[in-house]
Design a protein around this ligand. Sequence first.
Ligand code: SF4
Ligand code: SF4
Length: 146
Amino acid sequence: MSQKPFWQTKTLSQMSSEEWESLCDGCGRCCIYILHNEETGDVFETDVGCKLFDPKTRRCRDYKNRSARVPDCVRLTPQNAKSLHWLPETCAYRRLANGKKLKKWHPLISGDPNSVVAAGIAVSPHLISENDIDDNLLESRITKER
Ligand code: SF4
Ligand code: SF4
């Protein structure tokens, strides 16, 4: 009889830090600027990334010190994963917090870290940095509705 994987048997709170980190599919979509329309509730993605985000690797350049260097960076926890509605619907933390399954392309299931790219979920490697754009121009950088 095969054993079920940890994400099917443990709650987010029960996971080890290694298991927790492995849930991140590396899409990078929580490290880009998103715009909210407060009247309609719509959320739009832009092609502008956080100053610490490396679009080629889709990783934070200083993950360990991210909160100190970027105070706006929201730290995901088992407690807030359910309520962060701006996270993409594909985000593993959001999905598990809402009782959903991981997507078939998730690297933990596919065994391939690039399956998130092949599935069209990852951000573009051509994002620009927030350092290179004026805040007033963010609206002109919208790429799609989330
Ligand atoms: S949106 Fe979720 S899965 Fe994607 S990079 Fe952020 S934390 Fe990881
Ligand atoms: S500080 Fe790092 S983890 Fe936080 S939004 Fe920026 S790139 Fe992403």
